[in-house]
Design a protein around this ligand. Structure first.
Ligand code: NAG
Ligand code: NAG
Ligand code: NAG
Ligand code: NAG
Ligand code: NAG
Length: 268
């Protein structure tokens, strides 16, 4: 009994890796508008190679007379005038659209088993994020409240929006609906802040360098410390002045008193 199961196990592994001819589904990602070449992994010797999109025939190569045929009306005509085949049998899709995303299978004539399977994902281009002032933060009257920003992307889903300070991530959200924003609140502007929007294959960055709304932190610090220092200096000098005057007045008054007392005792 165990012998038989071992036999079937081996047979299964062998049939998966060998007979199907496909090691795995190859994932290919591209940004809308770009061209993509779905490359056959091996040189195919078959007389006839067929390309299918979601199991719909879209192209064939006949090796004997070196011709190819495109099924322009299949798959709702979505690939019309956008398919090419090269000599190796690789499929080139030009000017890709998001609707080209899906499974592409290559089969030979001699076997119904696919030679290659590709999973194509066409992403919309990543827009440059927009940084605006976060006006919801100016209800509080503190001066630093103006140093608040929103980073947003419009009309794009399935991206991630992040704030970075230099190279370190401050905050991040996944945007699944069409417009979302991520806020950043700063006391002052000290380093380089940037907002990054990315999908699995691309990113776009916008740098925050609006110093009109934020003090730079060094200014902020010098301003605060300088002021306090000045106040302390002023208070100290006033104190010293007052003390000096007090000592002087006391001295004069005690001398005068002493003088009066001596003259008084003399006259008696
Ligand atoms: C297919 O091959 C071409 C040239 O050899 C290469 O530029 C392209 O990136 C390949 N396509 C993929 C999806 O790997
Ligand atoms: C097949 O046709 C292409 C052009 O469509 C040509 O460049 C190529 O040399 C031809 N190959 C053979 C073996 O005839
Ligand atoms: C914040 O200030 C801006 C102009 O400085 C103003 O347009 C906006 O309505 C204010 N928002 C709130 C919530 O007070
Ligand atoms: C943005 O993409 C570039 C390559 O295109 C990569 O070097 C960089 O690390 C990416 N940045 C982020 C924040 O993902
Ligand atoms: C920040 O400055 C860079 C150039 O130094 C500029 O390309 C970018 O648009 C600026 N960002 C903002 C939000 O003004």
């Amino acid at each position: 009994m165990p012998k038989y199961s071992m036999f079937f196990f081996c047979l299964n592994v062998w049939s998966l890796s060998g007979v199907f001819g496909v090691d795995s589904v190859k994932s290919v990602s591209v940004t809308e508008g770009e061209s993509v070449s779905l490359n056959l992994t091996e040189i195919q010797r078959d007389d006839e190679i067929a390309w299918k999109f979601e199991n719909i025939m879209i192209a064939k190569i006949y090796r004997k007379d070196n011709t190819s045929r495109f099924y322009e009306d299949s798959a709702d005509g979505r690939f019309r005038d956008r398919l090419k085949l090269d000599q190796t049998g690789s499929l080139i899709i030009t000017n890709t659209r998001t609707t080209d995303s899906g499974e592409y299978k290559v089969t030979g004539k001699s076997s119904k088993i696919p030679l290659n399977i590709f999973s194509l994902t066409v992403y919309v281009p990543v827009p440059v994020p927009v940084i605006t002032r976060d006006s919801s933060q100016n209800s509080s009257s503190s001066s630093s409240s103006s140093c608040s920003f929103l980073c947003s992307v419009l009309n794009v889903g399935h991206v991630t929006l992040s704030w970075y300070k230099g190279n370190s991530l401050l905050s991040s959200i996944s945007v699944s609906d069409l417009s979302r924003s991520l806020s950043l609140h700063l006391e002052c502007l000290d380093d380089s802040y940037s907002c990054v929007v990315n999908n699995p294959i691309r990113n776009q960055t916008q740098h925050l360098n609006n110093t009109e709304l934020c003090q730079t932190c060094s200014d902020h610090c010098i301003c605060c410390c300088g002021f306090i220092e000045a106040v302390i200096r002023l208070a100290l000098s006033v104190l010293v002045g007052v003390a000096a005057v007090a000592v002087l007045v006391y001295d004069i008054r005690s001398r005068t008193l002493q003088h009066e007392q001596t003259s008084l005792s003399n006259s008696k």
